[in-house]
Design a protein around this ligand. Structure first.
Ligand SMILES: [Zn+2]
Length: 524
Protein backbone atom coordinates (compact mmCIF):
# COMPACT_ATOMS: atom_id res chain seq x y z
CA UNK A 1 0.00 0.00 0.00
CA UNK A 2 2.81 2.33 0.90
CA UNK A 3 4.38 1.65 -2.48
CA UNK A 4 1.16 2.36 -4.31
CA UNK A 5 0.87 5.62 -2.44
CA UNK A 6 4.46 6.67 -3.15
CA UNK A 7 4.53 5.44 -6.75
CA UNK A 8 1.10 6.43 -8.01
CA UNK A 9 0.15 9.15 -5.56
CA UNK A 10 -3.08 7.28 -4.81
CA UNK A 11 -4.20 6.79 -1.24
CA UNK A 12 -6.07 3.55 -0.54
CA UNK A 13 -9.62 3.96 0.76
CA UNK A 14 -9.66 1.32 3.47
CA UNK A 15 -13.44 1.61 3.79
CA UNK A 16 -13.81 0.15 0.28
CA UNK A 17 -10.65 -1.93 -0.03
CA UNK A 18 -9.89 -5.17 1.71
CA UNK A 19 -6.15 -5.65 2.28
CA UNK A 20 -4.71 -9.15 2.44
CA UNK A 21 -1.20 -9.64 3.80
CA UNK A 22 -0.50 -5.99 4.46
CA UNK A 23 2.96 -6.99 5.66
CA UNK A 24 3.79 -8.76 2.36
CA UNK A 25 4.30 -12.45 1.53
CA UNK A 26 2.23 -14.99 -0.38
CA UNK A 27 -1.50 -14.60 -0.96
CA UNK A 28 -3.67 -16.31 1.68
CA UNK A 29 -5.21 -19.69 0.74
CA UNK A 30 -8.07 -19.39 -1.74
CA UNK A 31 -6.96 -16.00 -3.07
CA UNK A 32 -5.15 -16.74 -6.31
CA UNK A 33 -5.56 -13.42 -7.99
CA UNK A 34 -7.49 -10.25 -7.47
CA UNK A 35 -10.69 -10.04 -9.46
CA UNK A 36 -14.43 -10.43 -9.43
CA UNK A 37 -14.32 -13.73 -7.56
CA UNK A 38 -13.25 -11.85 -4.44
CA UNK A 39 -16.50 -9.89 -4.52
CA UNK A 40 -19.04 -12.47 -5.60
CA UNK A 41 -19.59 -14.29 -2.28
CA UNK A 42 -20.37 -11.04 -0.41
CA UNK A 43 -22.66 -9.89 -3.20
CA UNK A 44 -24.46 -13.21 -3.45
CA UNK A 45 -25.07 -13.18 0.29
CA UNK A 46 -26.66 -9.70 0.17
CA UNK A 47 -28.82 -10.60 -2.84
CA UNK A 48 -30.06 -13.76 -1.19
CA UNK A 49 -31.04 -11.84 1.94
CA UNK A 50 -32.93 -9.30 -0.19
CA UNK A 51 -35.03 -12.07 -1.74
CA UNK A 52 -36.15 -13.11 1.72
CA UNK A 53 -37.22 -9.65 2.88
CA UNK A 54 -41.00 -9.66 3.41
CA UNK A 55 -41.36 -5.96 2.54
CA UNK A 56 -41.03 -5.54 -1.21
CA UNK A 57 -40.55 -1.76 -1.12
CA UNK A 58 -37.60 -2.01 1.29
CA UNK A 59 -36.11 -4.91 -0.67
CA UNK A 60 -36.39 -2.87 -3.87
CA UNK A 61 -34.67 0.18 -2.31
CA UNK A 62 -31.78 -1.93 -0.99
CA UNK A 63 -31.42 -3.58 -4.38
CA UNK A 64 -31.48 -0.37 -6.41
CA UNK A 65 -29.44 1.83 -4.08
CA UNK A 66 -27.03 -0.60 -2.45
CA UNK A 67 -26.69 -3.91 -4.29
CA UNK A 68 -26.89 -2.89 -7.96
CA UNK A 69 -24.41 0.05 -7.80
CA UNK A 70 -21.77 -2.13 -6.13
CA UNK A 71 -20.49 -3.19 -9.54
CA UNK A 72 -19.68 0.35 -10.61
CA UNK A 73 -16.29 0.65 -9.00
CA UNK A 74 -15.02 -2.45 -10.82
CA UNK A 75 -16.64 -1.45 -14.10
CA UNK A 76 -14.77 1.82 -14.09
CA UNK A 77 -11.41 0.30 -13.29
CA UNK A 78 -11.11 -3.00 -15.15
CA UNK A 79 -10.83 -3.48 -18.91
CA UNK A 80 -14.25 -4.11 -20.40
CA UNK A 81 -13.21 -7.41 -22.01
CA UNK A 82 -11.84 -8.67 -18.68
CA UNK A 83 -14.84 -7.55 -16.66
CA UNK A 84 -17.49 -8.83 -19.07
CA UNK A 85 -18.01 -12.27 -17.43
CA UNK A 86 -18.41 -10.61 -14.04
CA UNK A 87 -20.73 -7.93 -15.48
CA UNK A 88 -22.99 -10.56 -17.04
CA UNK A 89 -23.14 -12.58 -13.83
CA UNK A 90 -23.86 -9.42 -11.83
CA UNK A 91 -26.75 -8.43 -14.15
CA UNK A 92 -28.18 -11.93 -14.00
CA UNK A 93 -28.00 -12.00 -10.19
CA UNK A 94 -29.66 -8.58 -9.88
CA UNK A 95 -32.43 -9.58 -12.28
CA UNK A 96 -32.95 -12.74 -10.29
CA UNK A 97 -33.81 -10.64 -7.23
CA UNK A 98 -36.43 -8.75 -9.25
CA UNK A 99 -37.83 -11.82 -10.94
CA UNK A 100 -38.12 -13.97 -7.80
CA UNK A 101 -40.37 -11.72 -5.69
CA UNK A 102 -42.51 -10.94 -8.76
CA UNK A 103 -43.42 -14.60 -8.94
CA UNK A 104 -41.23 -15.78 -11.80
CA UNK A 105 -42.29 -16.71 -15.33
CA UNK A 106 -45.62 -18.32 -16.11
CA UNK A 107 -46.04 -20.65 -19.10
CA UNK A 108 -45.62 -18.91 -22.49
CA UNK A 109 -44.44 -15.70 -20.82
CA UNK A 110 -40.84 -15.93 -22.06
CA UNK A 111 -41.05 -12.99 -24.49
CA UNK A 112 -42.85 -10.79 -21.96
CA UNK A 113 -40.10 -11.43 -19.40
CA UNK A 114 -37.34 -10.75 -21.92
CA UNK A 115 -38.90 -7.36 -22.66
CA UNK A 116 -39.44 -6.80 -18.93
CA UNK A 117 -35.77 -7.41 -18.24
CA UNK A 118 -34.78 -4.94 -20.95
CA UNK A 119 -37.10 -2.30 -19.43
CA UNK A 120 -35.85 -2.99 -15.88
CA UNK A 121 -32.29 -2.09 -16.88
CA UNK A 122 -33.30 1.22 -18.49
CA UNK A 123 -32.96 4.44 -16.48
CA UNK A 124 -36.25 5.65 -14.96
CA UNK A 125 -36.42 8.63 -17.34
CA UNK A 126 -36.56 6.07 -20.18
CA UNK A 127 -39.47 4.30 -18.46
CA UNK A 128 -37.27 1.69 -16.78
CA UNK A 129 -36.57 0.70 -13.20
CA UNK A 130 -33.09 2.24 -13.14
CA UNK A 131 -31.05 -0.88 -12.54
CA UNK A 132 -27.73 -0.10 -14.16
CA UNK A 133 -26.76 -2.86 -16.56
CA UNK A 134 -23.15 -3.68 -15.75
CA UNK A 135 -22.74 -5.13 -19.20
CA UNK A 136 -23.56 -1.84 -20.89
CA UNK A 137 -21.22 0.42 -18.97
CA UNK A 138 -18.14 1.65 -20.82
CA UNK A 139 -14.93 2.68 -19.13
CA UNK A 140 -14.63 6.39 -19.70
CA UNK A 141 -12.50 9.46 -19.61
CA UNK A 142 -13.49 11.45 -16.53
CA UNK A 143 -10.16 10.41 -15.03
CA UNK A 144 -8.11 12.20 -17.68
CA UNK A 145 -8.36 15.77 -16.31
CA UNK A 146 -7.52 14.52 -12.80
CA UNK A 147 -4.49 12.70 -14.14
CA UNK A 148 -3.44 15.75 -16.16
CA UNK A 149 -3.56 17.98 -13.08
CA UNK A 150 -1.09 15.71 -11.25
CA UNK A 151 1.01 14.18 -14.02
CA UNK A 152 0.64 16.34 -17.13
CA UNK A 153 3.29 14.49 -19.16
CA UNK A 154 1.65 11.09 -18.47
CA UNK A 155 -1.77 12.45 -19.49
CA UNK A 156 -0.31 13.99 -22.67
CA UNK A 157 1.30 10.65 -23.53
CA UNK A 158 -2.04 8.85 -23.10
CA UNK A 159 -3.93 11.35 -25.25
CA UNK A 160 -1.20 11.15 -27.92
CA UNK A 161 -1.47 7.36 -28.01
CA UNK A 162 -5.29 7.40 -28.01
CA UNK A 163 -5.29 9.65 -31.04
CA UNK A 164 -2.61 7.71 -32.88
CA UNK A 165 -0.97 4.27 -32.71
CA UNK A 166 -2.52 2.22 -29.90
CA UNK A 167 -0.07 -0.02 -28.08
CA UNK A 168 -1.25 -0.54 -24.51
CA UNK A 169 -4.26 -2.89 -24.02
CA UNK A 170 -6.09 -0.52 -21.67
CA UNK A 171 -5.92 2.32 -24.20
CA UNK A 172 -7.03 0.00 -26.99
CA UNK A 173 -10.06 -0.86 -24.83
CA UNK A 174 -10.80 2.84 -24.25
CA UNK A 175 -10.59 3.53 -27.98
CA UNK A 176 -12.89 0.58 -28.68
CA UNK A 177 -15.41 1.91 -26.15
CA UNK A 178 -15.35 5.29 -27.90
CA UNK A 179 -15.86 3.57 -31.24
CA UNK A 180 -18.90 1.68 -29.90
CA UNK A 181 -20.38 4.91 -28.55
CA UNK A 182 -19.99 6.47 -32.00
CA UNK A 183 -21.77 3.43 -33.47
CA UNK A 184 -24.58 3.97 -30.96
CA UNK A 185 -25.06 7.41 -32.49
CA UNK A 186 -23.44 9.62 -29.86
CA UNK A 187 -22.26 12.61 -31.87
CA UNK A 188 -21.51 15.02 -29.01
CA UNK A 189 -18.57 13.00 -27.70
CA UNK A 190 -15.59 15.26 -27.00
CA UNK A 191 -12.22 14.20 -28.40
CA UNK A 192 -9.59 12.82 -26.00
CA UNK A 193 -7.60 16.02 -25.88
CA UNK A 194 -10.68 18.02 -24.90
CA UNK A 195 -11.44 15.46 -22.18
CA UNK A 196 -7.96 15.80 -20.74
CA UNK A 197 -8.25 19.58 -20.78
CA UNK A 198 -11.37 19.18 -18.65
CA UNK A 199 -14.14 19.90 -21.16
CA UNK A 200 -17.23 20.09 -18.93
CA UNK A 201 -20.05 17.68 -19.65
CA UNK A 202 -23.53 19.14 -20.20
CA UNK A 203 -25.70 18.74 -17.11
CA UNK A 204 -28.20 15.88 -16.95
CA UNK A 205 -30.61 15.34 -14.10
CA UNK A 206 -29.12 13.04 -11.53
CA UNK A 207 -31.03 9.82 -11.47
CA UNK A 208 -30.78 6.30 -10.30
CA UNK A 209 -28.69 3.97 -12.38
CA UNK A 210 -26.64 6.45 -14.35
CA UNK A 211 -23.47 6.19 -12.34
CA UNK A 212 -21.14 9.08 -11.66
CA UNK A 213 -21.76 12.61 -12.86
CA UNK A 214 -19.61 13.89 -15.70
CA UNK A 215 -19.06 12.30 -19.10
CA UNK A 216 -19.68 8.82 -17.74
CA UNK A 217 -23.37 9.62 -17.44
CA UNK A 218 -23.57 10.68 -21.08
CA UNK A 219 -21.56 7.67 -22.13
CA UNK A 220 -24.03 5.38 -20.35
CA UNK A 221 -27.05 7.20 -21.82
CA UNK A 222 -25.86 7.04 -25.44
CA UNK A 223 -26.00 3.26 -25.94
CA UNK A 224 -29.15 3.04 -23.80
CA UNK A 225 -30.91 5.66 -25.97
CA UNK A 226 -29.93 3.75 -29.07
CA UNK A 227 -31.08 0.44 -27.54
CA UNK A 228 -34.44 1.88 -26.49
CA UNK A 229 -35.19 3.56 -29.81
CA UNK A 230 -33.79 1.05 -32.26
CA UNK A 231 -34.18 -2.30 -30.52
CA UNK A 232 -36.76 -2.19 -27.75
CA UNK A 233 -39.57 0.16 -28.88
CA UNK A 234 -40.09 -1.44 -32.34
CA UNK A 235 -40.75 -4.82 -30.70
CA UNK A 236 -43.43 -3.54 -28.29
CA UNK A 237 -47.19 -3.45 -28.88
CA UNK A 238 -48.76 0.06 -29.22
CA UNK A 239 -50.19 -0.22 -25.68
CA UNK A 240 -46.81 -1.19 -24.22
CA UNK A 241 -45.14 1.66 -26.14
CA UNK A 242 -47.70 4.14 -24.79
CA UNK A 243 -47.06 2.87 -21.26
CA UNK A 244 -43.30 3.20 -21.64
CA UNK A 245 -43.68 6.80 -22.87
CA UNK A 246 -46.12 7.61 -20.08
CA UNK A 247 -43.86 6.29 -17.33
CA UNK A 248 -40.80 8.08 -18.78
CA UNK A 249 -42.12 11.52 -17.84
CA UNK A 250 -40.51 13.79 -15.25
CA UNK A 251 -40.91 12.50 -11.69
CA UNK A 252 -42.91 9.49 -12.93
CA UNK A 253 -40.35 7.27 -11.27
CA UNK A 254 -40.33 8.81 -7.80
CA UNK A 255 -42.28 5.97 -6.19
CA UNK A 256 -39.28 3.78 -6.97
CA UNK A 257 -37.13 6.02 -4.77
CA UNK A 258 -39.66 6.78 -2.01
CA UNK A 259 -38.38 5.96 1.48
CA UNK A 260 -41.26 4.33 3.40
CA UNK A 261 -40.87 6.51 6.48
CA UNK A 262 -44.58 7.32 6.86
CA UNK A 263 -47.93 6.12 5.51
CA UNK A 264 -47.91 8.60 2.63
CA UNK A 265 -44.64 7.24 1.22
CA UNK A 266 -45.32 3.56 1.78
CA UNK A 267 -46.54 1.02 -0.76
CA UNK A 268 -47.79 -2.20 0.78
CA UNK A 269 -46.15 -5.34 -0.69
CA UNK A 270 -49.21 -6.35 -2.75
CA UNK A 271 -49.53 -2.90 -4.34
CA UNK A 272 -45.76 -2.62 -4.88
CA UNK A 273 -45.95 -5.99 -6.60
CA UNK A 274 -48.69 -4.80 -8.97
CA UNK A 275 -46.95 -1.47 -9.59
CA UNK A 276 -43.67 -3.19 -10.52
CA UNK A 277 -45.43 -5.68 -12.77
CA UNK A 278 -47.33 -2.89 -14.52
CA UNK A 279 -44.17 -0.88 -15.08
CA UNK A 280 -42.54 -3.95 -16.63
CA UNK A 281 -45.72 -4.73 -18.59
CA UNK A 282 -46.12 -8.19 -17.10
CA UNK A 283 -49.51 -9.89 -16.56
CA UNK A 284 -51.04 -8.92 -13.21
CA UNK A 285 -52.27 -11.32 -10.51
CA UNK A 286 -55.46 -13.13 -11.48
CA UNK A 287 -58.72 -11.24 -11.63
CA UNK A 288 -62.21 -12.01 -12.99
CA UNK A 289 -62.45 -12.63 -16.75
CA UNK A 290 -65.36 -10.23 -17.22
CA UNK A 291 -65.70 -6.62 -16.08
CA UNK A 292 -68.37 -6.64 -13.39
CA UNK A 293 -68.77 -10.39 -12.85
CA UNK A 294 -70.46 -11.74 -9.72
CA UNK A 295 -72.87 -8.90 -9.19
CA UNK A 296 -70.21 -6.17 -9.11
CA UNK A 297 -70.37 -2.93 -11.11
CA UNK A 298 -68.98 -3.20 -14.62
CA UNK A 299 -69.60 -3.12 -18.35
CA UNK A 300 -69.48 -6.89 -18.99
CA UNK A 301 -66.57 -6.67 -21.43
CA UNK A 302 -63.71 -9.15 -21.39
CA UNK A 303 -60.82 -8.05 -19.18
CA UNK A 304 -57.12 -8.11 -20.21
CA UNK A 305 -54.30 -9.41 -18.03
CA UNK A 306 -52.51 -6.05 -17.72
CA UNK A 307 -55.21 -4.07 -15.93
CA UNK A 308 -55.74 -1.77 -18.92
CA UNK A 309 -59.49 -2.34 -19.08
CA UNK A 310 -60.08 -1.79 -15.37
CA UNK A 311 -58.03 1.40 -15.46
CA UNK A 312 -60.08 2.82 -18.33
CA UNK A 313 -63.61 1.48 -17.70
CA UNK A 314 -66.01 4.24 -16.57
CA UNK A 315 -68.69 1.70 -15.54
CA UNK A 316 -66.51 0.08 -12.92
CA UNK A 317 -66.82 2.99 -10.49
CA UNK A 318 -63.11 3.02 -9.73
CA UNK A 319 -62.19 6.22 -11.59
CA UNK A 320 -63.55 8.65 -8.97
CA UNK A 321 -61.84 6.66 -6.19
CA UNK A 322 -58.57 6.83 -8.04
CA UNK A 323 -59.02 10.57 -8.52
CA UNK A 324 -59.75 11.01 -4.84
CA UNK A 325 -56.54 9.27 -3.72
CA UNK A 326 -54.41 11.52 -5.94
CA UNK A 327 -56.37 14.62 -4.93
CA UNK A 328 -55.76 13.86 -1.24
CA UNK A 329 -52.05 13.55 -1.87
CA UNK A 330 -52.05 16.97 -3.54
CA UNK A 331 -53.96 18.44 -0.58
CA UNK A 332 -51.40 16.95 1.81
CA UNK A 333 -48.51 18.40 -0.21
CA UNK A 334 -50.19 21.82 -0.40
CA UNK A 335 -50.85 21.80 3.37
CA UNK A 336 -47.24 20.91 4.17
CA UNK A 337 -46.19 23.78 1.91
CA UNK A 338 -48.41 26.66 2.96
CA UNK A 339 -48.53 25.96 6.68
CA UNK A 340 -48.81 28.10 8.68
CA UNK A 341 -49.39 31.24 6.56
CA UNK A 342 -51.77 29.97 3.94
CA UNK A 343 -54.90 27.91 3.67
CA UNK A 344 -55.93 24.88 1.64
CA UNK A 345 -59.64 24.23 1.11
CA UNK A 346 -60.50 20.80 -0.31
CA UNK A 347 -63.67 20.21 -2.37
CA UNK A 348 -64.44 23.87 -2.92
CA UNK A 349 -67.80 24.58 -4.63
CA UNK A 350 -67.25 27.12 -7.36
CA UNK A 351 -70.42 29.00 -6.36
CA UNK A 352 -68.94 29.49 -2.85
CA UNK A 353 -66.04 31.47 -4.29
CA UNK A 354 -65.98 34.95 -5.74
CA UNK A 355 -65.14 33.58 -9.21
CA UNK A 356 -66.91 35.87 -11.71
CA UNK A 357 -70.11 34.91 -13.55
CA UNK A 358 -70.88 31.75 -11.59
CA UNK A 359 -74.61 31.09 -11.02
CA UNK A 360 -75.96 30.17 -7.59
CA UNK A 361 -77.09 26.73 -8.79
CA UNK A 362 -73.70 25.90 -10.31
CA UNK A 363 -72.77 22.30 -9.46
CA UNK A 364 -69.08 22.44 -10.31
CA UNK A 365 -66.64 21.74 -7.51
CA UNK A 366 -62.88 22.28 -7.53
CA UNK A 367 -60.71 19.56 -6.00
CA UNK A 368 -59.01 22.13 -3.80
CA UNK A 369 -58.07 25.81 -3.61
CA UNK A 370 -54.79 27.10 -2.19
CA UNK A 371 -54.74 30.59 -0.69
CA UNK A 372 -51.56 32.42 0.26
CA UNK A 373 -49.09 30.54 -1.93
CA UNK A 374 -48.51 33.21 -4.57
CA UNK A 375 -46.54 36.38 -3.93
CA UNK A 376 -49.06 38.12 -6.20
CA UNK A 377 -51.91 36.98 -3.93
CA UNK A 378 -53.70 34.86 -6.55
CA UNK A 379 -55.69 31.89 -5.27
CA UNK A 380 -54.72 28.64 -6.98
CA UNK A 381 -57.81 26.71 -8.06
CA UNK A 382 -56.69 23.14 -8.53
CA UNK A 383 -58.26 20.23 -10.31
CA UNK A 384 -56.33 16.99 -10.01
CA UNK A 385 -57.15 14.38 -12.58
CA UNK A 386 -55.62 11.00 -13.15
CA UNK A 387 -56.54 10.20 -16.73
CA UNK A 388 -59.12 7.63 -17.53
CA UNK A 389 -57.65 6.14 -20.67
CA UNK A 390 -54.38 5.10 -19.14
CA UNK A 391 -54.00 1.67 -20.65
CA UNK A 392 -55.64 2.17 -24.01
CA UNK A 393 -53.42 4.56 -25.92
CA UNK A 394 -54.90 7.96 -26.70
CA UNK A 395 -54.28 8.75 -30.38
CA UNK A 396 -50.55 9.46 -30.73
CA UNK A 397 -49.63 8.35 -27.19
CA UNK A 398 -47.67 5.37 -28.49
CA UNK A 399 -45.40 7.72 -30.43
CA UNK A 400 -44.64 10.41 -27.88
CA UNK A 401 -45.04 11.23 -24.21
CA UNK A 402 -47.54 13.75 -22.85
CA UNK A 403 -50.28 13.51 -25.52
CA UNK A 404 -52.91 12.33 -23.04
CA UNK A 405 -51.88 14.96 -20.47
CA UNK A 406 -52.33 17.77 -23.02
CA UNK A 407 -55.81 16.48 -23.84
CA UNK A 408 -56.77 16.42 -20.13
CA UNK A 409 -55.70 20.02 -19.71
CA UNK A 410 -57.79 21.16 -22.69
CA UNK A 411 -60.88 19.43 -21.23
CA UNK A 412 -60.48 21.16 -17.86
CA UNK A 413 -59.88 24.59 -19.38
CA UNK A 414 -63.13 24.15 -21.30
CA UNK A 415 -64.90 23.20 -18.05
CA UNK A 416 -63.76 26.21 -16.02
CA UNK A 417 -63.65 29.10 -18.54
CA UNK A 418 -64.26 31.75 -15.86
CA UNK A 419 -61.02 30.79 -14.07
CA UNK A 420 -58.83 31.26 -17.12
CA UNK A 421 -59.56 34.90 -17.95
CA UNK A 422 -57.01 36.46 -15.60
CA UNK A 423 -57.77 38.22 -12.32
CA UNK A 424 -56.93 37.19 -8.77
CA UNK A 425 -57.23 33.45 -9.37
CA UNK A 426 -55.52 30.92 -11.53
CA UNK A 427 -56.69 27.52 -12.75
CA UNK A 428 -54.16 24.78 -12.19
CA UNK A 429 -54.87 21.49 -13.97
CA UNK A 430 -52.89 18.79 -12.23
CA UNK A 431 -53.07 15.94 -14.70
CA UNK A 432 -51.41 12.60 -14.22
CA UNK A 433 -51.70 9.45 -16.26
CA UNK A 434 -50.49 6.07 -15.02
CA UNK A 435 -46.97 7.35 -14.55
CA UNK A 436 -46.32 10.90 -15.64
CA UNK A 437 -47.29 14.39 -14.52
CA UNK A 438 -48.10 17.34 -16.77
CA UNK A 439 -46.15 20.63 -16.91
CA UNK A 440 -48.59 22.35 -14.58
CA UNK A 441 -47.88 19.77 -11.87
CA UNK A 442 -44.19 20.61 -12.17
CA UNK A 443 -44.86 24.37 -12.07
CA UNK A 444 -47.30 24.07 -9.18
CA UNK A 445 -44.80 22.09 -7.15
CA UNK A 446 -42.11 24.68 -7.82
CA UNK A 447 -44.46 27.40 -6.53
CA UNK A 448 -45.14 25.38 -3.37
CA UNK A 449 -41.46 24.57 -2.92
CA UNK A 450 -40.57 28.25 -2.49
CA UNK A 451 -42.67 28.48 0.68
CA UNK A 452 -40.94 26.05 3.11
CA UNK A 453 -37.55 26.82 1.58
CA UNK A 454 -37.97 30.48 2.46
CA UNK A 455 -38.86 29.48 6.03
CA UNK A 456 -35.66 27.40 6.39
CA UNK A 457 -32.44 28.99 7.71
CA UNK A 458 -30.39 30.33 4.72
CA UNK A 459 -27.48 27.83 4.94
CA UNK A 460 -29.95 24.91 4.80
CA UNK A 461 -32.10 26.15 1.92
CA UNK A 462 -30.47 24.16 -0.88
CA UNK A 463 -30.80 20.93 1.07
CA UNK A 464 -34.32 21.84 2.17
CA UNK A 465 -35.38 22.38 -1.46
CA UNK A 466 -33.94 19.01 -2.45
CA UNK A 467 -35.54 17.28 0.53
CA UNK A 468 -39.00 18.80 0.08
CA UNK A 469 -39.00 18.08 -3.65
CA UNK A 470 -38.11 14.49 -2.97
CA UNK A 471 -40.70 14.20 -0.21
CA UNK A 472 -43.57 15.63 -2.26
CA UNK A 473 -42.85 13.80 -5.49
CA UNK A 474 -42.63 10.63 -3.41
CA UNK A 475 -45.98 11.29 -1.72
CA UNK A 476 -47.63 12.10 -5.05
CA UNK A 477 -46.22 9.28 -7.04
CA UNK A 478 -46.78 6.72 -4.27
CA UNK A 479 -50.43 7.88 -4.12
CA UNK A 480 -50.76 7.59 -7.89
CA UNK A 481 -49.22 4.12 -8.00
CA UNK A 482 -51.37 3.04 -5.08
CA UNK A 483 -54.49 4.23 -6.86
CA UNK A 484 -53.46 2.73 -10.21
CA UNK A 485 -52.38 -0.61 -8.71
CA UNK A 486 -55.61 -0.86 -6.75
CA UNK A 487 -57.89 -0.15 -9.68
CA UNK A 488 -55.86 -2.28 -12.14
CA UNK A 489 -57.07 -5.38 -10.33
CA UNK A 490 -60.67 -4.26 -10.63
CA UNK A 491 -61.36 -4.58 -6.91
CA UNK A 492 -60.83 -1.63 -4.61
CA UNK A 493 -58.89 -3.03 -1.67
CA UNK A 494 -57.29 0.09 -0.24
CA UNK A 495 -58.08 0.82 3.40
CA UNK A 496 -58.80 4.47 4.16
CA UNK A 497 -55.60 6.37 4.87
CA UNK A 498 -55.18 8.39 8.06
CA UNK A 499 -55.62 12.14 7.75
CA UNK A 500 -52.66 14.17 6.56
CA UNK A 501 -50.53 15.98 9.07
CA UNK A 502 -50.06 19.67 8.39
CA UNK A 503 -46.35 20.01 8.96
CA UNK A 504 -43.23 17.92 8.75
CA UNK A 505 -40.11 18.79 10.79
CA UNK A 506 -37.29 20.27 8.71
CA UNK A 507 -34.89 17.67 10.13
CA UNK A 508 -36.88 14.83 8.53
CA UNK A 509 -36.84 16.59 5.19
CA UNK A 510 -33.08 17.23 5.29
CA UNK A 511 -32.56 13.49 5.75
CA UNK A 512 -34.29 12.95 2.43
CA UNK A 513 -31.96 15.42 0.71
CA UNK A 514 -28.89 13.45 1.67
CA UNK A 515 -30.51 10.13 0.77
CA UNK A 516 -31.06 10.90 -2.90
CA UNK A 517 -27.79 9.37 -4.14
CA UNK A 518 -26.74 5.72 -4.04
CA UNK A 519 -25.27 4.58 -0.74
CA UNK A 520 -21.60 5.40 -0.29
CA UNK A 521 -21.24 3.35 2.86
CA UNK A 522 -18.17 1.15 3.06
CA UNK A 523 -18.74 -2.48 2.18
CA UNK A 524 -17.69 -3.93 5.50
ZN1 LIG B 1 -65.62 -2.47 -17.97
Amino acid sequence: MGEVERGAGVEANLGKTRVYNAAGGDAPPGIAALGPDVRRPAEADLLQKLQRLPDLQSAWLLLAYCAAPRAQHLLRNVLSADILPYARAHDAAIWNVVEGPLGGQGPDEGDAWLAARAVAFLPPSFGGLGLLSAERVFAWADALPVLRARYPEVADGIVHELEGELARPCLRAAALAAHRLAEAGWEARPDWDACARGAGSPAVDGELGLGNPGWQRHAVLAPLTSFRERVLLPTLTPAARALLHSQSGPHARMWLAAIPSDVASTLKPDLMHVALRRRLRLPLPLTGRCCGAQGRHGCGAQVDAYGDHHLACPRKGLLPRRGFVVERAWVQVAREAVSPEGRVVPQQWLEHTTAPQVRADDRRRLDFVVYGAMTTGEALCCDATPLTRAGRPVHGADARAGVALDAARRRKVARYPELTRGGPQRLVVLAADVGGWNDQCQQFLRILLRLPVQRAPPPLRASAAQGWARRWWSVLSVALQRAVACSALGVWSMPPLPGAQDALPLGDVLDLASASAPSRLPLH
